[in-house]
Design a protein. Structure first.
Lengths: 177, 177
DNA sequence: GTTGACACGTGAAGC
DNA sequence: TGCTTCACGTGTCAA
């Protein structure tokens, strides 16, 4: 049934360690590439050569896909399992989390922009201070309400922005009143 | 060689359309599940049942992986090709782009925080205004230097933050001087 | 007609 | 133990 017995049979491991093996010393692709292994075992060289070509192409495709998956795992934090499907799932969750944080920041900016700050800068600054203070408090509440797993880098960045704005507001209060 | 002749042989299409077919009307997994198709064709039922179990499990694994890949493609904008490897590659590029934007914002916040704003808020605010103005100008230069392909949503968000800070600085100048 | 991408079944290995 | 995940070769289809 299988004309190739034990090509790549010595790895015997799970997918990550297998990738490490393939990366350095598991260079048997070249062996399959130039050796006429299948042609010597079969009488017709043309069809077998085409079949071996297909085998090599499929191997390269699989290897490329594994490399991509490995690279995806590298750029995504909080990888729960080494599973192939879990890696993609964690990547999806991470991207969605980034999108959510981004839309939250954008909503906050929109809320800040809906003040009278847009036209006539320098005027009616006293009625914008409550807006800044309100956004500051709701922002902190939102951050502290989002569970204990607030370890995302963009979340601590958001916290820093809130902290900076808070200090600016305090400075404005001390200066203006 | 193959004891299953044409299970899933009528789709005959590429991977996305195949997913659409599988999603709605291509529910032949259940048919394989309960029908004793393999047991009737082979004399020993135990080994064949184990083999069919393996076949069904493998099918479910492949289906789950394809669903994950489809969901990944849904959350990533700018999908160049429908290829499996290209989808993962675009996701990697997108995550790296988000990380780059995020680190740029974080560097900006760090630059803003290195002023004397941290201790004694409300004091020495006159010597912080040049810092704010400098950061504003360099930020605009950075944004306009990053090529014409500045269409990322987090980039326009960054532009909005810069704009808002600029107006606050102008308001402060008009108020304090 | 060749190439690239895919789903499939199958045996092996790890929990 | 059985269940899950994996790589592999093979056939098939479309560009």
């Amino acid at each position: 049934m299988e004309n190739i017995e034990n090509i790549g049979d010595e790895y015997k491991n799970y997918w990550e360690t297998k990738y490490f093996l393939e990366n350095e010393e598991y260079s048997s692709w070249a062996i399959d590439e130039f050796s006429g292994y299948y042609d010597s075992s079969s009488p017709d060289g043309a069809a077998s050569s085409a079949a071996s070509k297909n085998i090599v192409s499929e191997r390269n495709r699989r290897k490329k896909l594994n490399e991509r998956l490995f690279a995806l795992r590298a750029v995504v934090p909080n990888i729960s399992k080494m599973d192939k499907a879990s890696i993609i799932k964690d990547a999806i969750d991470y991207i969605q989390e980034l999108h959510e944080q981004e839309s939250r920041i954008q909503a906050e900016i929109m809320e800040l922009e809906t003040g009278k700050l847009k036209k006539n800068p320098g005027f009616e600054y006293e009625q914008e201070l409550p807006v800044l203070l309100k956004s500051k408090k709701s922002k902190l509440d939102n951050i502290f309400d989002s569970g204990g797993s607030a370890t995302s880098p963009i979340e601590v960045l958001e916290l820093k922005v809130t902290h900076m704005r808070e200090k600016i507001v305090v400075a404005l209060e001390n200066r203006l009143y």
